[in-house]
Design a protein around this ligand. Sequence first.
Ligand code: 3PG
Length: 219
Amino acid sequence: MNQLSDFHRDRVRAVLAASPLIPVITINDPDDAVPLCQALVKGGLRVLEITLRTRHGVRAIERVRQALPDVWVGAGTVTGVAQYREVEAAGAQFVITPGVTEALLEFGLTSEAPLLPGISTISELMLGYSLGYREFKFFPAEVSGGIPALKAFASPFPDVSFCPTGGIRRTTARDFLALANVSAVGGTWLMPEAAVAAKDWDAISRVVQDSLADLQVEN
Ligand code: 3PG
């Protein structure tokens, strides 16, 4: 059976190490893509996950890659190999899937953009683990057991780390990041819908700055 290469694993680790918070971005208006991402980066983020939840996702990846060459720009909500190829062609530097299929896991072994596969159960984790994956998105994190589930995963799989997303907020991000097996957390709270609708990019930078500052606060 083919195995994930060190190159792919190191690339995913580099992405997860670049930023403790990863915004899960959905583009409703294509003209928002660049200013929204600029605001997130201005606030302090270095990794951007642009999802395929709207038809603007692929083009947004292309535009943001050109506009922001110094940060990691990846694709999220990739659910099939055809989409994987499409976002790679658009310049995505990593790919995140909400769940796993054998086809996606296999494709990620040799893809140009490394894969962060989404799992919510130990069996899904084991499927990826058997192919050499050691980094996973844990989704949907809160409803799949949240912090207690991640603590339980650590016993049988101490060499696996996670990027939990789904239900995480500014107030809970820090608790997730305190776990030894969590390298970053993702979420949509970093770009409040009202601020995006109002194109209030400064407000978005402030939410990011405040969320990053909260991670530093002592108990
Ligand atoms: C994801 O795909 O990671 C989630 O949709 C983000 O969930 P959230 O809206 O609860 O942050």
